[in-house]
Design a protein around this ligand. Structure first.
Ligand code: NAD
Ligand code: UD1
Length: 338
């Protein structure tokens, strides 16, 4: 199949491109490098020995997207193109709504005009909100989001669902990611956050490599076994392989299917720090700080639907995730910059 990856030069997109190529699919990437660089795709080409058709364009630009879709005629689109920093979305809500919603609408319009009927969407566990208790399963209603980023995901899910009701030939898969971490085992591609990382694993790796002095653990007084929050961390290569299955499923399906991608196994912040130190034999200095606004004590997935519908389950361990994150960080202390 030929798959168009909107936002495919980013963290999850580049790993998915690699898995798709290794599974024999053709890959076209459209990215404006708002949060990435073409270097990730260059490395994917080196790792796979296959080439990727790469467009530097804004997915919101309908004139350009239509030309690309007409020329490439992809079988399926994967929509990764979004802004994703939670704190920034609170400061710049209009930019987040404009970018995330507009990319989705533009893709749907271009798909309708070019006859493409399959779309896989990067959603997030954040849409479960605080109302649903873990393990979160796909039958639960979406909850109240605590920030504009989360609302964009919730709204985009609704838009895609509505589109598939109106067009009975449309096949939509909404993938709700839990907490993707890790990197390809080669250490050649990985997560390259700009500025101070918001998420736990990039922060831990930057402390270990000496770029940051110490990690602040956001609260140790939660009602959890060690007092720190529980999350469902998933290796980005397991996630990438989940996308290959989702794309293949999408080809034989109509309507909207919501699927969690997680491991179902919760780990605490201290589990992450301790495992990272142990498997990599490095020190991660940390202090306990106050809780972060909006954090929930425990968020993890019910994984049965992914197993049943996609025949997929995550297989890599927390030790694999910590080892591969460190391998990427120590070999690329400045990310994709030289
Ligand atoms: P990322 O920032 O590394 O990748 C997103 C890519 O989209 C970047 O390459 C960026 O340049 C591109 N992009 C953004 N707006 C664009 C536009 N208008 N036109 C063209 N390209 C554009 O993020 P990621 O971690 O790879 O996440 C991919 C998707 O998964 C995002 O939609 C994100 O919200 C979602 N998601 C991520 C996580 C996570 O923890 N990483 C969790 C849940 C959901
Ligand atoms: C966050 C977002 C979520 C988004 C996801 C992926 C919030 C409230 N949630 O999820 O919407 O989909 O990222 O981008 O921002 N932690 C620390 N110290 C740090 C960083 C994190 O202790 O410096 C803790 C957090 O309190 C949390 C855990 O580590 O318990 C994981 O945090 P993070 O990586 O930011 O992911 P989430 O908060 O689960």
């Amino acid at each position: 199949m030929k798959i168009l990856l909107a936002g495919g030069a980013g963290y999850i997109g580049s790993h998915t491109a690699l898995s798709l190529l290794n599974s024999g699919h053709e890959v076209v990437v459209v990215d404006n490098y708002d949060n990435s660089s073409p270097e990730s795709i260059k490395r994917v080409e080196q790792l796979t020995g296959r080439s990727v058709t790469l467009y530097e364009d804004d997915v919101k630009d309908k004139v350009r997207m239509l030309k690309i879709m007409q020329k490439e005629q992809p079988d399926c689109v994967i929509h990764f193109a979004g802004l994703k920093a939670v704190g920034e979305s609170v400061q710049q809500p209009v930019r987040y709504y404009r970018n995330n919603i507009d990319t989705t609408l533009t893709l749907l319009e271009c798909m309708a005009e070019t006859g493409c009927k399959e779309i896989v969407f990067s959603s997030s566990a954040t849409v479960y909100g605080a109302e649903n208790s873990s393990p979160c399963h796909e039958g639960m209603p979406r909850g109240i989001c605590t920030n504009p980023y989360g609302w964009t995901k919730s709204m985009m899910e609704q838009i895609l669902q509505d589109a598939s009701v109106a067009d009975k030939e449309l096949s939509v898969v909404l993938l709700r990611y839990f907490n993707p971490i890790g990197a390809h085992e080669s250490g050649r591609i990985g997560e390259d956050p700009q500025g101070i990382p918001n998420n736990l694993m990039p922060y831990v790796s930057q402390v270990a490599v000496g770029k940051r002095e110490k990690l602040t653990i956001f609260g140790d007084d939660y009602d959890t076994p060690d007092g720190t929050c529980l999350r469902d961390y998933i290796h980005v290569m397991d996630l990438a392989e989940g996308h290959v299955k989702a794309v293949e499923f999408c080809a034989h399906h109509h309507g909207t299917e919501i699927i969690n991608l997680g491991t179902g196994q919760p780990y605490s912040v201290l589990d992450i720090v301790n495992t990272f130190q142990q498997v990599n034999d490095v020190k991660v200095a940390y202090e306990i700080g106050p809780r972060r606004a909006g954090d929930l004590p425990a968020v993890y997935s019910d994984v049965h639907k992914a197993e049943r519908v996609l025949g997929w389950r995550a297989k890599r361990t927390l030790a694999d995730m910590c080892r591969d994150s460190w391998n990427w960080q120590k070999n690329n202390p400045n990310g994709y910059k030289k």
